[in-house]
Design a protein around this ligand. Structure first.
Ligand SMILES: NC(=O)c1ccc[n+]([C@@H]2O[C@H](COP(=O)([O-])OP(=O)(O)OC[C@H]3O[C@@H](n4cnc5c(N)ncnc54)[C@H](OP(=O)(O)O)[C@@H]3O)[C@@H](O)[C@H]2O)c1
Length: 256
């Protein structure tokens, strides 16, 4: 039986970094990489020595999960690692947003993550690891990013519940809750330059290393990588939402 990793959102940003670091950190027979841009997935073979299996799918399309389920059924691998990293945000006032962007964020960030987890879970055995990409915004409401933050609150809640359910089976679940990370995320999220200056921006390699270290060495259900991000998480724990939202508005100056 093949030991594999499945990583969604692998065509760029943190997903790509999860592939690169998995290659040197673990010993998988194959890494199945999922996203829409096939050529980007294929290019990963040039960066790693583990066999890359591109599975180009649009995860907002329900039929994609049938395709993935069929491939899993045919190959019956042991999935030692699942990373759900596909996701996007869109900044701006809700009244100026489009229904397709809002539905798309909910569909990809939350629904697709749940469906991918459900599709893959029967192939995850004792010792398996599941990493779900949340966000610091999952801990509190954030104006100008309301729907995105709500989708990530869903990811965090789901991940923590699943971690508890899967503990007796010795399968770990970790929700990664980063602050800003330098990726292509902003090409789509901040197309209209709602944020003139970002306070702090972490490297994808740093966030991914923290995620792998946390799931490998601890039993924690979520991780907030970086001191500044941890401070925000701490404040969100002790302050009422209204005050926290005022602090966030000072830290991140969204315009329109
Ligand atoms: N960057 C940040 O500041 C930040 C902070 C906190 C959390 N996050 C979260 O981290 C995760 C990774 O984001 P990132 O920063 O690495 O951004 P990114 O570089 O834009 O990567 C997003 C990935 O999602 C994939 N994707 C987009 N639409 C898809 C679809 N319909 N079906 C399948 N895959 C799709 C993209 O590939 P294709 O376009 O090829 O499909 C890409 O591989 C996301 O969940 C994001 O919300 C990001």
């Amino acid at each position: 039986m093949k030991n594999i990793a499945i990583i969604t959102g692998a065509s760029s940003g943190m997903g790509k970094e999860f592939v690169i670091q998995a290659d040197t950190r673990y010993n998988f027979d194959e890494i199945w990489v999922i996203a829409r841009r096939k050529e980007r997935l294929e290019e990963l073979s040039n960066l790693v020595k583990t066999k890359i299996v591109p599975v180009p799918l649009d995860l907002t399309d329900n039929a994609s999960f049938d395709i993935l389920a069929k491939k899993l059924e045919e190959e019956t691998p042991n999935v030692q690692l699942l990373v759900n990293c596909s996701g996007y945000g869109k900044f701006g006032l809700f009244e100026n947003s489009t229904p397709s962007d809002n539905a798309g964020m909910i569909d990809l960030n939350f629904k697709a993550l749940v469906m991918a987890t459900q599709t893959v879970l029967p192939y995850v055995k004792e010792g398996g690891k599941i990493i779900e990409l949340g966000s610091i915004s999952g801990f509190m409401p954030i104006a100008h990013v309301g729907v995105y933050a709500a989708s990530k609150a869903g990811v965090l809640s789901f991940s923590e519940a699943l971690a508890k359910e899967l503990k007796p089976k010795k399968i770990k679940v970790l929700c990664v809750c980063p602050y800003w990370v330098k990726t292509e995320f902003f090409n789509r999220a901040d197309e209209k330059e709602h944020v003139k200056k970002y306070d702090v921006m972490y490297e994808a390699s740093f966030v991914v290393k923290k995620a792998y270290n946390t799931i490998d060495k601890t039993n924690r259900h979520y991780v907030v990588p970086g001191a500044y991000a941890k401070l925000i998480r701490f404040l969100s724990k002790i302050l009422p939402h209204k005050l926290m939202m005022a602090i966030i508005s000072m830290a991140i100056k969204f315009e329109n």
